[in-house]
Design a binder for this molecule. Structure first.
Ligand SMILES: *Cc1c(COP(=O)(O)O)cnc(C)c1O
Length: 428
């Protein structure tokens, strides 16, 4: 008997109306099987579905809710903004206020432009880097996700250092011919690429800590090599901090690792649960953007007042609360606890964690790149996922995602999660 008949019925309905029943494929349970859970509401660390089940939420809307659902500061800010109107298509003071908070927080950002999603942020940053350098080629690492931008939806062609091929129908071959693909953490491959083509390379784009092939941590010297090679060859280093920004520290991965890129893309937490993306960087580069410079980029709803209010409240609260040390400590306890439980049950696994994001890989090897991650035992993950879901714990529905802990998760929530995991492994 399903514990979720209403979700099942609504999924059948949605599938008739929306491709796959979802507005973003990651929600469709494709990697784990079964029926997506339809959510009625969220509160703090919890989700409540339309069948009346409660879950401890480790997705946080895939990243934004580092403060938990419906944080009072965000709810108040949104209510205030709503009274003044939802969109004007003219400047507001709040746009500068959020820009100031971002510039103050993120070491590389001297100027910033708001957009509406992470995808828009990376798409725009790539365009600016190309416009600024007058070059076309970009370097991307296999397994890093930067949104559904044509030039970044790319798989490896045959042989190293060849141009990539589109990983989705609908992208012309020309859309990816200037994207060079390398394996994450491959410092030698990166050096070789710059030796061969350095003067053609507009930018490197990367997740400074990867969340999108599961959590993958940069090896010692990798971020530094990216920085050094870009400086040597006049290329723009872009950190895609859509996931890591305001999560790994208030200043993102770049603050945590002490490596400063030329440009940074943001999303997720910067909007506190509303649709916000942002890209920023050195003033000299950002002044290439229209209307100051020649690189065109625009948006009817960019800098939307509700979205700005939510972002401002989120960043102010994070700055004041400074929850990062405690979040990292609690996440370490949860991640190590899950790893220990898998160990005790004799289940091959490895663990990767930075701050409040981690992945328990059903893979005995440490996952350092996509080749290794592609060997994860996804069947084992599905069992783990559904076992936990049935016990009231909501993980991301794919082995290739990060589990997020929020400031709203209590020690009791973490302990209950570990108990649930032990129960799942006991039946393995
Ligand atoms: C989520 C994500 C994106 C895309 O953001 P959207 O808001 O979904 O368009 C880009 N880069 C990274 C690193 C992400 O995690």
């Amino acid at each position: 008997m399903s514990k979720r008949p209403n979700s099942q019925a609504q999924f059948e309905r949605a599938k008739q109306l929306i491709p796959g029943g979802v507005n973003s494929p990651a929600r469709a349970f494709g990697g784990v099987g079964g029926t997506p859970v339809f959510i009625d509401r969220g509160d703090g660390a919890y989700l409540f579905d339309i069948d009346g089940n409660q879950y401890i939420d480790y997705i946080g809307s895939w990243g934004p809710h580092i403060l938990g659902h419906r944080h009072p500061a965000i709810v108040d800010a949104l209510q205030g903004a709503l009274h003044r109107g939802t969109s004007f298509g003219a400047p507001t003071v709040q746009e500068s206020e959020l820009a100031e908070l971002i510039i103050d927080a993120v070491p590389s950002v001297e100027m910033v432009r708001m957009v509406n999603s992470g995808t828009e942020a990376t798409m725009s940053a790539i365009r600016v880097a190309r416009g600024y350098t007058g070059r076309d080629a970009i370097i991307k690492f296999t397994g890093c996700y930067h949104g559904h931008v044509d030039s970044l939806l790319v798989s490896a062609g045959s042989g190293a250092l060849t141009h990539g091929v589109p990983s989705s129908p609908g992208i012309p071959a020309g859309g990816t011919q200037d994207t060079l693909l390398l394996e994450y953490n491959d410092i030698d491959g990166l050096k070789a690429a710059f030796e061969a083509r350095g003067s053609e390379i507009a930018a490197i784009i990367l997740e400074p800590v990867v969340g999108n092939m599961g959590v993958v941590v940069p090896v010692e010297g990798f971020l530094e090599a990216c920085r050094e090679l870009c400086s040597q060859h006049g290329s723009v280093l872009i950190f895609d901090e859509v996931m890591t920004g305001f999560r790994l520290s208030y200043g993102g991965a770049q603050q945590l690792f002490g490596v400063t890129p030329d440009m940074t893309t943001m999303g997720k937490i910067v909007g506190g649960g509303l649709p916000v993306g942002a890209y920023g960087g050195k003033k000299e580069i950002m002044q290439a953007v229209s209307p100051v410079g020649p690189v065109y980029q625009a948006g009817t709803l960019s800098g939307n007042p509700l979205a700005m209010a939510s972002g401002i409240a989120t960043l102010k609260t994070l700055k004041e609360l400074n929850p990062y040390d405690e979040l990292a400590e609690r996440t370490t306890r949860l991640a190590a606890g899950l790893s220990d439980a898998a160990e005790a049950a004799g289940i091959p696994h490895s663990l990767a964690q930075v701050g409040s994001m981690f992945t328990l890989f059903f893979n005995p090897e440490p996952v350092l790149n996509y080749s290794i991650s592609s060997r994860n035992d996804t069947k084992a993950f599905s069992r783990f996922f559904h076992g936990l879901l049935d016990r009231g714990v909501y993980l991301p529905c794919s082995q290739f995602e990060a589990i997020f802990v929020s400031a709203a998760h209590s020690n009791e929530d973490l302990a209950a999660t570990l108990d649930a995991a032990r129960a799942v492994f006991a039946e393995w």
